[in-house]
Design a protein around this ligand. Sequence first.
Ligand SMILES: Nc1ncnc2c1ncn2[C@@H]1O[C@H](COP(=O)(O)OP(=O)(O)OP(=O)(O)O)[C@@H](O)[C@H]1O
Ligand code: SF4
Ligand SMILES: [Mg+2]
Length: 326
Amino acid sequence: MSLLSIRDLCVDYRAGDRNVRAVDRFSLDIEAGDSLGIVGESGSGKSTLVLALLRLLPKNQAIIQGEALFEGQDLISMPEQTLNALRWQELSIVFQKAMNSFSPVHRVGYMMRDIYRLHCPGKSKEEGRARVEELLDMVGLPPRVYALYPHELSGGMMQRVNIALSLMFNPKLLILDEATTALDVVTQTQILEEIAALEKKLDITRVMVTHDISVIASSCKNVAVLYAGRCLETGAVEKVLLDPLHPYTKGLINSFPKHNTEEKEPLRSIPGSLPDLSDVPPGCVFAPRCELAQDRCVEEAVETILTADGRRVCCHHYGGERLAEQ
Ligand SMILES: Nc1ncnc2c1ncn2[C@@H]1O[C@H](COP(=O)(O)OP(=O)(O)OP(=O)(O)O)[C@@H](O)[C@H]1O
Ligand code: SF4
Ligand SMILES: [Mg+2]
């Protein structure tokens, strides 16, 4: 059984009289020990997808449908109380823009200690402090950070604090939403290496959400390419990034600089922009921007096919072994 099995997950936002479908029939299995990168340009639905898994989207705006089986239990339909017991303990998340999520008037360690005691009633302040100091040490921060205020920490230190917080209860699944995006390349590399070491030590399965392909290339085993809420290509990182099949994946890769090659190809951005998610064309969602688009692409819904080398691609152009519609 997969650790997390997502089937036909849809998320609709109600925006006035419009319905914005931010995630559309997303299906994917995440195995224990996996490190999955979810990549896509801004607005492609990455945060919506991971927040939907934890049901952390505003209830009056977002409607979540489909299934997300975590160790066989459906996160989408289970009672709130059952989910609460899993959040943070089993499934943990570092939120996008988490750097600004701490109260500026409280010391970092005190806040972490109080969160620990809230989830572990009966633990003393001393026990809470000991756990927090252990966590700070785990992410390479000195004990003095315990008594500092958020504004006294650098961006990299703050992000380490957030990662420490997410590891508080040794979760099985850790989701990092753009956790290193705002950091310089050196700090980003250090943090990615530390995360890799920690997940090995603590036996954590990781989902890494980012728009930065280089982060996926250097830190993930598998990748899912998201566009306008649809999963367009999934598979092993070395296959998808070195030999992309979907035109959108190719476009994403071509728009990133290559450092490990002599080739001096100019960067090529993908023309156009994401479609209006409240009025998506009936055929392929990427058709208005795709240079391979044909009449069929505009008119016919696209099925996801499983290729001989085990990846899934959602494109009429690619002829592989057709398996199942997702
Ligand atoms: N509360 C909301 N109401 C209506 N639409 C929303 C709401 N929140 C997000 N959206 C829309 O859902 C789509 C996906 O947004 P989301 O934040 O998930 O994208 P993202 O891939 O995480 O982008 P980024 O890389 O910039 O973080 C966008 O079109 C966004 O405008
Ligand atoms: S289905 Fe057609 S429009 Fe869509 S990505 Fe494939 S070739 Fe391009
Ligand atoms: Mg986001």
